[in-house]
Design a protein around this ligand. Sequence first.
Ligand SMILES: Nc1ncnc2c1ncn2[C@@H]1O[C@H](COP(=O)(O)OP(=O)(O)O)[C@@H](O)[C@H]1O
Ligand SMILES: [Mg+2]
Length: 327
Amino acid sequence: MILKDDIGASLDKSFDCLPEDAACGQPVFRGKVRDVVMGQDCLLLVASDRISAFDRILSTVPFKGEVLSRISAWWFARCADIVANHVLPGGAPQELGGTGRATLVRRAKMLPVEVVVRGYLAGSAWRDYEQGRAVSGIRLPEGLSRNEKFPVPLITPSTKADSGHDRPVSRDEIIREGLVEEGPWTEIESAALALFRRGQELAAKAGLLLVDTKYEFGTIGGSLVLADELHSPDSSRYWWWDSYETRFQSDDPQRELDKEPFRRWLLDHGFGGDGDAPSIPDDVRIETAWRYIQAYEAITGEIFEPLSSDPQSENAALARIVAERLR
Ligand SMILES: Nc1ncnc2c1ncn2[C@@H]1O[C@H](COP(=O)(O)OP(=O)(O)O)[C@@H](O)[C@H]1O
Ligand SMILES: [Mg+2]
């Protein structure tokens, strides 16, 4: 079990990035948060401890990569009956040995659309609505309040931009621009809504509300697969269920499980995504790590016991996994 007071000692053991030699000569794609070792048919997704906000990498947070990978794995195992997913048998982080941050997956042809599902009028959707704009092409009725629950969840897709910020797109634009064909898009919509329903059900058992999330789908041999991460605090917003109604009635901010406090610290220090980012003090990194660990424990109902020790031994484990399993 990790105590908050112990996290400081782990700050300099954060996993910043996967070194070249751990990839054993295989090509590495470096995403904002994950380093992806590319094989022919499979990938090793290595979640680093990097933290991004407003689409910029700002610091590292100990245990974050492992927490995220293992929360996703928890959800993939509980949603596999809804739609096929990319995790290979024995490929979940706790099954690979010597690491907790990596996932061995089937390589998919990714669709260029991020499938955002929202259960509540929150975040950027609220900001758009407040300013009288449609939300991904959807005109919402007048008179809604901040953080109000939608009668049924809404899909508000955005394009997956290669660089810079994502662009909201409507269902019509997705089909008209040929981003995804109508048949597969309809299949994606029903899979996304079913996943979200399962997410809300299991979150409720943990005393949480799954507020919104983002899915990424791909195809393998023409069939649809759920890829990337699933209901992790990086791709999702969670609120605590018990305080929702009173805070909603008084229009107070909701108690959040995710990295919103980190974003708020940045905004309070004058950073909203443009210009030079402030350097993140240790106490903010520790508080954020603590949040992620609590998120793991709340969602899974299990105590977080890290599987990774330090970057050196973890890199050795990752190199072994690449050599043995990634072809
Ligand atoms: N099964 C998969 N096949 C191919 N690509 C995948 C798969 N799962 C996830 N990806 C991609 O791997 C990358 C993960 O790295 P990430 O740090 O999330 O990058 P990004 O900055 O693009 O969000 C993403 O581009 C994601 O779309
Ligand atoms: Mg991503």
